[in-house]
Design a protein around this ligand. Structure first.
Ligand code: M6R
Length: 364
């Protein structure tokens, strides 16, 4: 049942090109020119803002989508973790679309948050891996992520499928609202269609990442840095590493480093920097230099040009394919998962059933 893999997590990481293809076939129209949504879909011109709520990894999917929906579709998005949202008595303005993301569709806090907005938001959409779940049933529209059964407690393929659906929604929103020209929509859609192939290429980095992970397994603290839509991926990388390897890890926005966390940096601290060669890259390089000047060991995850431009003081590098800004967060989720997985295997922890954790948190 693990299809030759040692752990479900490894199998589920490897399944990503296939399940993302499944999601794309469901959401991309057959002529490739647009996005199809089930039932009545979503009329994005009917909303002035979006509220997105989830827990854990699903929350990081929402946080990534905030960047997409704001930058690509120009809609203001508020994101929050469900355990906070459900009690903070947030006022819900007219013309609000509420989106909940949950692999299981049964997470107690997310379900309570959904019930809080019922009757207040104009439309409730759930993005889930379980069409029969409570959240799917209580929503106006349920969008499947088509990831297939996810057994590992650490979410992997559900995360990248959630991101794929959310990016498709952002493109659809931009197109409906007339924010993107038709050829820009086309460019985004062809980038989406290229995803499975690119994810396969990222999976080829397994051995390189395994080698680096042997060294990471010795660390007691690891920092993950990212900027823009990659910042949530840094947060996800830190969560994944904590969950399954029990190494203390923190994710930070690269620009926040000097506001505190740099005090942690010494010669024992690996700092994993997710930095595709985008328009913010030079800023990230200067953050990296601050870390290296203090003896920090930087592991740079970037593309060929990024690695060439980063200089020789970088401790280790992981060379990713060059990709468009919009799909970079989905692709950079792969090294985040693989680093956590191989580090945990090197440490000998129980990867699929980490201590103290449950796959689905149905109690508060
Ligand atoms: O089923 P859900 O997506 O609502 O679950 C949310 C979180 O409990 C879940 O993502 C958790 O953080 C995972 N263990 C992350 O790997």
């Amino acid at each position: 049942e693990k299809a030759g893999h040692k752990h479900f997590m490894s199998k589920e990481i490897a399944e990503q090109p296939t399940v993302i293809s499944d999601a794309l076939s469901y959401y991309l129209s057959s002529d490739g020119a647009g996005i199809n949504l089930p039932e009545d879909g979503i009329d994005f011109t009917a909303f002035d803002r979006i509220v997105m709520v989830a827990c854990g990894t699903a929350f990081f999917a929402c946080f990534t989508a905030k960047y997409w929906l704001e930058q690509i579709a120009r809609i203001p998005v508020e994101v929050d973790v469900a355990s906070e949202f459900r009690y903070r008595e947030a006022p819900i303005a007219p013309r609000t679309l509420a989106i909940f993301v949950s692999q299981s569709g049964e997470t107690a806090d997310t379900l309570a948050a959904l019930r809080y907005v019922a009757g207040k938001a104009d439309k409730i959409v759930t993005i889930t891996n379980s069409a029969e779940s409570s959240m799917a049933r209580e929503s106006d529209l349920s969008l499947p992520i088509l990831a297939g059964v996810e057994v590992g407690v650490a979410s992997t393929k559900a995360f990248t499928c959630q991101l794929t659906v959310l990016l498709a929604l952002a493109i659809e929103a931009a197109s409906q609202r007339g924010v993107l020209a038709r050829d820009e929509v086309k460019t985004h859609l062809s980038a989406l269609r290229a995803l499975p192939g690119l994810i396969n290429a990222a999976l080829d980095l397994r051995d390189d990442i395994d080698a680096i992970s042997q060294e990471l397994a010795e660390a007691t603290d690891v920092l993950f840095l990212g900027r823009g839509a990659i910042y949530p991926i840094a947060l996800e990388g830190a969560l994944k590493l904590k969950e399954i390897s029990y190494i203390h890890a923190e994710g930070y926005a690269s620009g926040e480093l000097k506001h505190g966390p740099i005090a942690l940096v010494d010669t024992h601290t690996p700092i994993i920097v997710f930095a595709p060669r985008d328009k913010l890259f030079d800023k990230t390089v200067s953050n990296m230099q601050e870390v290296m000047a203090r003896g920090g060991k930087v592991i740079l995850v970037s593309d060929k040009t990024g690695i060439a431009d980063a200089g020789d003081d970088v401790w280790r590098t992981i060379e990713m394919p060059r990709v468009s800004d919009a799909i970079a967060p989905i692709l950079y989720a792969l090294p985040a998962q693989l680093i956590a997985y191989h580090t945990a295997v090197a440490k000998g922890t129980d990867v699929d059933q980490p201590r103290n954790l449950a796959k689905s948190v149905t109690v508060e």
